[in-house]
Design a protein around this ligand. Structure first.
Ligand code: MG
Length: 294
């Protein structure tokens, strides 16, 4: 606004120029608001069978948009060589250290019973139809380190190749997917907040190679009426490459049809960390977490 004002002397600032200044101010504050609060619109369209399908648009881009003109793919960034095994820091809660013991002590299926996921070569492997695996302990805001590997033999394509997910509070998904030379919609690739925010880069290693996520998560806060008063935020490094930069999560990441995602729904302050069974034998290891203040 200052540069605009400086073009007019106080004497010649006509009412129309003043209106222009006010408009410029309004559009600036609007832009600032949009940064933390994405504009979400929805419409319902009939599919080929005449069935209603919900379409959600986040900042004007359709959820799961496949057209790279409308939703460009993130640039491919080759990560550096993997570091030596990154041991947990002294104050971390180690959820899985490669042992059967930590699987039994710290993890259950979604009903609280023993999980059918198995330990293979020191890694926790997803078993088809076993369902999600979740930590017994609940967490809210936290720093989470997890390493994962998609199957060495790449099978399937798009969302069907090496699909799993790291869920904070068993609700909010950081997508796990083998995106090494395997394109899919940008908001559904590895490092995406599924259906809500594409990653800043595609930093995938080759199938079968170990990859890391370092996630800094701040939980959402709800008022007594169940309305979200502070949205969740995610900062995510994938193999040391920043893929989510303090991203404000606009809503839930749950599947709501081909072009929409779930909304926030009030929940407890602490809930399990979980990994997705999407039918592919994805492996996890070296899982540790540090609780953070809200
Ligand atoms: Mg997934």
């Amino acid at each position: 606004m200052n540069s605009l004002v400086s073009r007019y002397s106080a004497r010649s600032l006509t009412s129309s120029a003043l209106a222009l200044v006010i408009m410029a101010t309004a559009s600036t504050s609007q832009a600032q608001e949009d940064f933390s609060k994405p504009v979400i619109t929805t419409e319902t369209k009939k599919d080929a069978d005449g069935k209603d399908v919900l379409y959600m648009y986040i900042d004007g881009v359709k959820v799961h948009e496949t057209d790279p003109i409308k939703q460009p793919f993130p640039p491919i960034v080759t990560p550096g060589e993997p570091p030596a095994f990154m041991a947990a820091p002294s104050d971390a809660i180690v959820l899985f250290d490669g042992s059967e013991k930590t699987l039994k002590e710290n993890w259950t299926d979604t009903k609280g019973g023993p999980s059918a996921w198995k330990v293979v070569d020191g890694a926790l492997e997803s078993v088809k139809k076993a369902g999600y695996i979740q930590s017994k302990q609940g967490f809210g805001s936290c720093q989470l380190h997890v390493e994962w590997a998609s199957p060495a033999k790449a099978e399937g394509d798009g969302q069907g190749r090496g699909n799993s997910g790291v869920f904070l509070m068993a609700i909010y998904e950081v997508q796990v997917l083998d995106n090494f030379e395997n394109p899919t919609y940008a908001d559904g690739q590895a490092g995406a907040l599924y259906g809500r925010k594409k990653p800043l880069a595609n930093a995938c290693r080759k199938p079968g190679e170990w990859q890391s996520y370092d996630i800094i998560f701040h939980r959402p806060v709800f008022d007594e009426a169940g309305k979200v008063t502070r949205r969740a935020t995610f900062t995510v490094l994938h193999n040391g490459v920043l893929v989510q930069d303090h991203t404000v999560l606009s809503g839930g990441t749950g599947w709501m049809g081909p072009h929409a995602a779930s909304e926030y729904k009030a929940h407890a302050d602490k809930l399990p960390i979980s990994f997705q069974d999407h039918g592919n034998p994805v492996r996890f290891r070296n899982v540790w977490v540090r609780e953070l203040k809200d």
